[in-house]
Design a protein around this ligand. Structure first.
Ligand code: ATP
Ligand code: MN
Length: 152
């Protein structure tokens, strides 16, 4: 049933709770785990010139090394959690609009289930779901497993 499991992560505490669920599912099903971090192009390009935005879009972060570091921290948490359970992880960092990149990645990689947090970095609790999760739900027919860290 589950051969490819996608865990999109922004490195937040809530996403990291979802990581536990994704790793456990992958271990039980012997599935390949895909850890995806999306550099939100709209969020990072604020105040930058078009040339710099183009460079970042192509994955060349230049002096903005913190973008790469943030991404590696987020997917690295998946790798270290998975290693404890003998689960294989493919790490992926992409640049774009998070929900679109997540839905496209899932379609293109035969993902059977997307596991994600109910909320993320901004942690606004007024909304039932964060905007990325809500938009992924609207953008794909692939099952989405939403983890709310308040209901571990
Ligand atoms: P909002 O972003 O709408 O202000 P939020 O940050 O609390 O609110 P979301 O961004 O929707 O909520 O985060 C929910 C989940 O979506 C996260 O737990 C994570 O699984 C995934 N996610 C969010 N942003 C990214 C991203 N840039 N790359 C990969 N996954 C992400
Ligand atoms: Mn967010």
């Amino acid at each position: 049933m589950y051969e490819h499991i996608l865990i999109p992560t922004d490195g937040s505490d809530t996403a990291n709770v979802a990581v536990e669920h994704a790793v456990d599912l992958a271990a039980k099903y012997g599935a390949q785990l895909h850890a995806l971090y999306v550099v939100d192009i709209d969020a990072v390009s604020f105040g930058l010139g078009t040339e710099q935005v183009d460079r970042i879009t192509q994955g060349n972060f230049g002096e903005m090394t913190e973008l790469q570091e943030k991404a590696e921290r987020a997917t690295g948490t998946v790798v270290s959690t998975a290693a404890e359970h003998d689960v294989d992880v493919h790490e992926e960092v992409r640049v774009g609009t998070p929900h679109k990149v997540i839905a496209d990645y899932a379609e293109d990689n035969e993902v059977d289930v997307i596991v994600m947090g109910s909320h993320g970095r901004s942690g606004v609790r007024r909304a039932l779901l964060g905007s990325v999760t809500e938009r992924v739900l609207r953008s794909t027919h692939i099952p989405v497993f939403v983890v709310d860290e308040r209901r571990e």
